[in-house]
Design a protein around this ligand. Structure first.
Ligand code: NAD
Length: 234
């Protein structure tokens, strides 16, 4: 591990699964009884905003009841103790990395605990429901939507992510199915630029063949074990 200095970590729903937050593709492609197309697209929001707002209100309330697990806290420890650069990119819209102690988290798919005003374009911290069309705290317009990147929308901060991948000596993907692009392509980018690539997942992901190594098991076991190894068994 001596030659590794810059690490980019990508996490997905699997890292929060043992905290009791459903993954996306579990349950036969249904996400809490809804088809993705009915709740996670701009078209769905235009067609039936009440359904979409109610769905996200439920998710927003639910995540606030959940607690970070050993995988989240291990990644926070790695960030605190790793002597080189580390960027944690998450597809998750929950805040369990932050509550687990991570300080620098890039939420490429947005955050449940933010609302985005489509009138003034400002994002505000938001923990309550949106279904009753509350006023934006900045401009007072009743036009807040979940600050979550829907299918067909551009993920956030891609320039920063690609810049970090260019410098990465090690790219690690944790608990993600490798089905949603552009995140699913990060392993190829990193590998083509010379990084070592490691997957930690319950089972092999769709892009598993791109990784130099796959370690299979629950995130609460494989992530702390890998972090211990990175920090020299400390
Ligand atoms: P996904 O559901 O497609 O894949 C989850 C992956 O996690 C699978 O490969 C599965 O094998 C693995 N997994 C399940 N339990 C695990 C465990 N205990 N330990 C380790 N791995 C485990 O999720 P994804 O790849 O993150 O997909 C994409 C989208 O789902 C993202 O856009 C994300 O925004 C959204 N999402 C987020 C949350 C959240 O914020 N917690 C929850 C559900 C979905």
């Amino acid at each position: 591990m001596q030659q590794i200095r810059n690490i980019v970590i990508l996490t997905g729903a699997g890292v929060s699964a043992e905290s009791g937050i459903d993954t996306f593709r579990g349950g036969g492609g249904l996400w809490e009884q809804h088809r993705v197309e009915d709740v996670a697209t701009p078209e769905a929001f235009a067609r039936d905003p009440d359904l979409v707002l109610r769905f996200y209100d439920m998710r927003r309330a639910a995540i606030q009841e959940k607690q970070p697990n050993a995988a989240h806290t291990a990644l926070a420890r790695l960030e605190a103790e790793w002597p080189g650069n580390l960027l944690l990119v998450t597809q998750n819209v929950d805040d369990l990395h932050e509550r687990g102690g991570s300080r620098r988290v890039l939420h490429m798919h947005g955050e449940h605990l933010n609302a985005w005003c489509t009138s003034c374009d400002i994002r505000s911290r938001w923990t309550g429901p949106l279904i009753d069309r509350p006023a934006c705290p900045i401009c007072a317009a009743p036009t807040l939507r979940p600050d979550v990147v829907w299918f067909g929308e551009m993920p956030y901060r891609m320039g920063e992510i690609y810049a970090a991948l260019r410098e990465a000596d090690l790219f690690v993907s944790i608990g993600t199915s490798g089905a949603v692009y552009p995140a699913a392509g990060f392993v190829q980018n990193a590998r083509e630029l010379g990084a070592q690539t490691l997957e930690l997942n319950l089972e092999r992901s769709q892009g598993s063949h791109w990784f130099h190594e796959s370690r299979l098991g629950p995130a609460t076991e494989v992530v702390p074990a890998w972090v211990d190894e990175m920090l020299g068994g400390a």
